[in-house]
Design a protein around this ligand. Sequence first.
Ligand code: ATP
Length: 296
Amino acid sequence: MISVERLTKRYRETTAVADVSFRCEPGTVTGFLGPNGAGKSTTMRMICGLTPPTSGSATVKGVPYRRIGNPGRHVGVLLDAAAQHGGRTGRETLSLTAQILGVEGTKVGEVLDLVGLPPKAARRRVGGYSLGMRQRLGIAQALLGDPSVLILDEPANGLDPEGIFLMRTLLRDFADRGGTVLLSSHLLREVEAVADRFVVIAGGRIAAQGTKSELLHAPGGVLVRGLDPAALHAALTAAGLAVRPEADGSFVVQASAEAVGRAAAAAGTVLLELRQAQDGGGLEQLFLSLTHGAAA
Ligand SMILES: Nc1ncnc2c1ncn2[C@@H]1O[C@H](COP(=O)(O)OP(=O)(O)OP(=O)(O)O)[C@@H](O)[C@H]1O
């Protein structure tokens, strides 16, 4: 479980993160989305105790990250794949981490297999690795201590399609076994396939959060069209619903389809159409509308 409570980070004139709160539950993958400069990395760094918050707090498994003993055994973190010693081989990097964490050396081979880094690549120096190879090594390192929580900042960055598929499968399995995953990305489609929940951040603030269906239903509302638009409008407003007339005579209503249907039925007015205002594929559209103009 990751719990973020009203986290705020200010740098002189820049407010990087403003009053951000969310939770990541065990057994779920949370996609942390937002345009460049939205505040994703800063939030993750605060969760991991690397950046002190201006105000607010974050806990992992109920305690601040810095108070977790041998944190790598509980939380696997990948914040910057480039932050590896270029002179060591991939295997040496992991062996050293294994020693620090106190895990069996045999685990190194296991995680290398998991992330698809073959023995030949593991014998090469990290300085010569591509970005995708560094990401794979970083994910392997995060998994080494057999943690129950994973915090990964843009892990798909630089991965080839096979690597992206592998990462998705790996994260899904991890969550399905009860793990908690927080995964940032500025690309929605990247995480859409694997995440259960989404936290969308823009300009340092939470723009929306919830499951895919919650996100699509909440801001979009339902679209309704009636045989007699005036009678339908009267019925909807009489029921106390927030109604926005559209140019084509339909209405967008911030309510459930059931509430709209009941209001029309109570007034005895005939409906011709009743559906979610945003339909299939709307998540990307919703993301763009939520974050539009908020990029750095
Ligand atoms: N150390 C710092 N000093 C000053 N400003 C900073 C610092 N770190 C981050 N910022 C600013 O805070 C804002 C949020 O940055 P952050 O790196 O958290 O965004 P992000 O969502 O991770 O972006 P990206 O998708 O581009 O990685 C940006 O305006 C950034 O310039």
